[in-house]
Design a protein around this ligand. Structure first.
Ligand code: PMP
Length: 439
């Protein structure tokens, strides 16, 4: 019989560290999937686990939804990638533009990283400016500029009035760091002061409306409005990274703000389980990508961009995730948060929960963090979080995201929620002695 250990032993001979994405690494070895259906994954040793990670928020209907499998199977027989267009991309763009009410034009790419990169480059071309501004701690993929200060820590983050632009990986060009202005999320006064020092240089202010790594709490309307007004006054764009947050409301997290972004990057869930990214926004700005222009201002392609497998799966997934489905899923997630808060009370542990829509994050601190620097306490408690997640994975057969977050899917039921809150209650009791040791 195949075991997780022996597959990993083979993997170590051919993949660096035995993995292709660090996210799946676990000690003593990662676990390998044999099959998955709905909310459940069975590994190669036959252990079935309930999946609250949903491939880092990308599976809004859980695994192998029958309607997606059927549509993709039909498309597979007709071909998978062409140096020609397909109607699949047109149909999907029509659906998304009709749904959003604010998107005028779209482009499909292959990942969230690529969508954010294309959005930043489009903003630079349109404004003819080099700099971007982004929130300290926010994750936007791995483009050099987008990742600046994503992992800032107390030793290098600097004064909150002017946070440092820190590299994530050694050897990042100083020029890239110089062109990224860092602001503290949801802090209007400091952010406007910081932006004011770069009035003629900023192409776009990049906002994830519910940034996971900052702490998974929403941007306030006042904050988004203040940034929007600043960008109008100073000739910059306000752009949203909704790679994760498009799930939060029917028209994305942007639905709840009184002002709308000029451009939006999407990914994850809109691929229906297949690799995708998308850029959408105002036609006048997106025009810089138009091959019919006299001058090709932003030559943009991508071998697998808008391939018919991803766009077919994505369209079916979004059709199924209609207004009713969004509301139902958000309600179930609210119930889960409520039950876990009860578990926190019963276990009597200093734990709080933040989140929005169909996602939430558990923090090992009694008061909900309100900024990246407060959420950072969780990073300092990394070993206890790891112990909790390992306990859930190995003893309760529950999969969560390694930041202690859950991303719900429409395949989930009240029974699954009960199992999650009971598993967490047991887990809280396991880590409780350590929590008090450190607080
Ligand atoms: N933006 C956000 C907010 C993300 O969470 C992620 C991925 N976790 C990305 C961008 C990058 O997406 P991808 O992994 O598809 O490149």
């Amino acid at each position: 019989m195949k075991t997780n250990q022996n597959i990993y032993d083979r993997a170590c001979n051919v993949l660096t560290g035995g993995v292709s994405r660090n996210t799946i690494f676990r000690e003593p070895h990662p676990f390998y999937v044999a099959k998955a259906k709905g909310s459940y994954i069975t590994d190669v040793e036959g252990i079935e686990r309930i999946d609250f990670a949903n491939n880092m928020a990308s599976l809004i209907h859980g695994h192998s939804h029958p309607a997606i499998v059927k549509a993709v199977t039909e498309q597979l027989k007709k071909g998978t990638a062409f140096t020609m267009g397909t109607e699949a991309e047109v149909k999907f763009a029509e659906l998304m533009i009709e749904r959003s009410g604010t998107f005028e034009r779209m482009r499909f790419v292959n990942s969230g990283t690529e969508a954010v990169m294309t959005m930043i480059k489009t903003s630079r071309v349109y404004t003819k400016r080099p700099k971007i501004a982004k929130a300290e701690g926010a994750y936007h993929g791995t483009y050099d500029y987008a990742e600046v200060s994503q992992t800032s820590n107390p030793d290098n983050w600097g004064n909150i009035d002017k946070p440092n632009s820190n590299q994530v990986v050694e050897g990042t060009p100083q020029g890239a760091l110089n062109d990224v202005v860092i602001f503290p999320f949801n802090d209007i006064e400091r952010t406007l002061n910081i932006l004011d020092q770069h009035t003629d240089e900023i192409a776009c202010v990049l906002i994830d409306p519910v940034p996971h790594r900052v702490g998974l709490f929403p941007a306030t309307n006042a904050f988004v409005k203040a940034i929007y007004d600043w960008t109008r006054k100073n000739g910059a764009l306000m752009v949203f990274d909704e790679v994760v947050t498009y799930r939060v409301h029917y028209r994305g997290a942007q639905e709840c703000y009184s002002v709308k972004p000029d451009l939006t990057a999407m990914g994850k869930m809109i691929g229906g389980g297949f690799p995708i990214g998308a850029l959408a926004g105002r036609a006048e700005i997106m025009e810089v990508l138009d091959p019919r222009g006299k001058i090709l201002r932003h030559p943009h392609s991508g071998t697998f961009s808008a391939n018919p497998i991803s766009t077919t799966a994505g369209r079916v997934a979004m059709e199924l995730f209609d207004e009713e489905a969004v509301l139902k899923l958000n309600k179930l997630t609210d119930t889960a948060i409520h039950q876990i808060e009860e578990a926190v009370k019963i276990a009597d542990v200093p734990i709080s929960i933040t989140g929005d829509g169909s996602m939430f994050r558990i923090h090992l601190q009694a008061t909900k963090p309100t900024c990246y620097r407060e959420s950072y306490l969780d990073t300092e408690n990394k070993t206890i979080i790891k112990e909790l997640l390992d306990y859930l994975f190995l003893e309760e057969n529950i999969i969560m995201i390694n930041t202690c977050a859950c991303m719900f899917a429409t395949s989930m039921t009240q029974k699954d929620v009960d199992r999650l809150s009971e598993g967490l209650l047991n887990g809280f009791k396991v880590i409780k002695p350590k929590l008090y040791q450190y607080h």
